[in-house]
Design a protein around this ligand. Structure first.
Ligand SMILES: [Zn+2]
Length: 439
């Protein structure tokens, strides 16, 4: 058992944060529970939060336990990134006309390099170190179409004891040599990878069609069959990011009611399914997301960078489907959750193409921690510091830069404090990142 003293930030409900200016966080060995990666064996006994609250109230209960004191620091849950591409680490900042041009000119050539296992291993190490340096302790990430890219990332995450979800990309058409896979072999590879990695320690597998235009109906059907056979796996893909992409998907699947409905037609919408972007949807699509308990990964920095459009927060709230924040590196501009939260604020505010609204800092932070965890089906497991949560947490320095020190010293409320961190913060704020109680 270990105890940590400092200011504390955690969540009591959607968009509702609790702040303790002098708090105590007690972490110790915990038993895996039902919320754990269902249907799988959890070999790693991950330390969990045993108690959290004010120092004054908790200290007598844990009087024998020496505590580490982080004076002037905030203990906060690790961030959860709902959509990112580890093979696109080197694609960040690639200029292109739009999504389809960007894929062809930068992304596919970069991803083709993952045929080499040594390259996979090197990028996997860098990627995970970079995530943790920015305070992201759990991610749902794409690999490439090469099975070796999945093995490399899982092995690197397992060494770091991280809760991480990834999967081999399925793309058997409209893709260049080097990243295009074979329909039958791609499904065999997926099933073998599920058997090798899903539920091992804190790792989870995601069935990963790149997006409907780059998969044949046969491949999508096979993916849907695997999703039904392995219900505790995740599903991840993209939908309705960009107007040209939507048009192309509609041409390729004329019988489907909409682009999103293509996935539903193949059994790819269910709990633990996550679709990145979800910008160009209609009311029936949004209702379908809710009905199928399928989540959206909102990728604001990527959408602004590629000029794709603006996620409609007001329509999402009306429809009532789950969503959370994501960096979408390499379409996204970086790993920093602070930058992503600020971009989400801009996107929500935009009121020319849809209803604009002002998200509160507590809502923004929730969407990148406990809210994202909930959308992934991992509520009470990661993204929060409530008792029972796995011990992934950050030590944040609210005075990391001269301007931050000046701003946060003047904060008169929790919202003012969190907003200063969102607007001015970056990796310099993340002083330590503890994964499974270590780090
Ligand atoms: Zn993406």
């Amino acid at each position: 058992m270990k105890a940590y003293r400092g200011a504390l930030l955690y969540f009591t409900g959607p968009g509702q944060a609790h702040y303790e200016s002098d708090g105590l966080l007690v972490v110790g060995p915990g038993k895996p529970d039902a919320a754990d990666t269902a249907g799988a064996t959890a070999a790693l006994n991950c330390p969990r939060v045993l108690a959290v609250g004010s120092y004054g109230a908790l200290a007598p209960r844990f009087a024998q336990l020496p505590s580490t004191h982080f004076a002037g620091r905030i203990l906060a849950p690790g961030f959860v990134d709902m959509h990112i591409h580890y093979p696109q680490t080197d694609v960040i900042g690639a200029p292109a006309e739009d999504l389809l041009d960007w894929l062809e000119r930068y992304t596919f050539p970069h991803e083709a390099r993952f045929a080499d296992p040594a390259h996979c291993a090197a990028v996997a190490e860098f990627f995970l170190d970079e995530l943790l340096r920015h305070g992201v302790t759990t991610a749902l990430t794409f690999a490439t179409s090469h099975p070796a890219s999945v093995d490399a990332l899982f092995a690197a995450a397992q060494r770091r004891r991280m809760r991480l979800i990834t999967g081999k990309v399925l793309q058997d058409r409209h893709s260049p040599e080097g990243v295009r896979d074979d329909t039958v072999q791609s499904l065999r590879d997926t099933e073998a990878l599920i058997g090798r990695w899903h539920g091992v320690d804190r790792l989870g597998y995601a069935i990963t069609p790149r997006f409907a235009p780059t998969s044949t109906p046969a491949q999508l059907r096979g993916a849907g069959e695997l999703a039904a056979r392995y219900p505790s796996t995740w599903i991840q893909s993209h939908v309705a990011e960009n107007a040209n992409e939507v048009r192309w998907a509609r041409e390729l699947f004329p019988a489907a009611r909409s682009y999103l409905a293509v996935y539903d037609d193949f059994g790819l919408m269910r709990e633990r399914a996550v679709y990145a972007h979800c910008i160009h949807l209609d009311a029936a699509d949004r209702a379908l997301l809710r009905q199928r308990h399928t989540a959206a990964a909102v990728c604001p920095s990527s959408n602004l960078f590629l000029g794709s459009g603006f996620f409609d927060y007001a329509a999402a709230a009306r429809a009532g489907f789950s969503y959370g924040l994501a960096s979408d590196v390499g379409g996204g501009t970086g790993f920093s959750p602070f930058h992503t939260m600020l971009a989400a604020y801009y996107v929500a505010r935009e009121g020319q193409t849809k209803q604009g609204l002002g998200l509160t800092p507590q809502q923004l932070w929730w969407q990148h921690t406990a809210g994202a965890a909930q959308a992934l089906g991992l509520a009470g497991v990661v993204g929060n510091l409530q008792p029972g949560c796995e011990a992934d947490f950050l030590v944040l320095n609210p005075a990391a830069t001269p301007l931050l020190a000046r701003k946060t010293a003047q904060a008169g409320s929790l919202d003012e404090l969190l907003f200063a961190l969102i607007v001015l913060g970056d990796d310099r704020v993340v002083e330590r990142c503890l994964v499974a109680g270590q780090g």
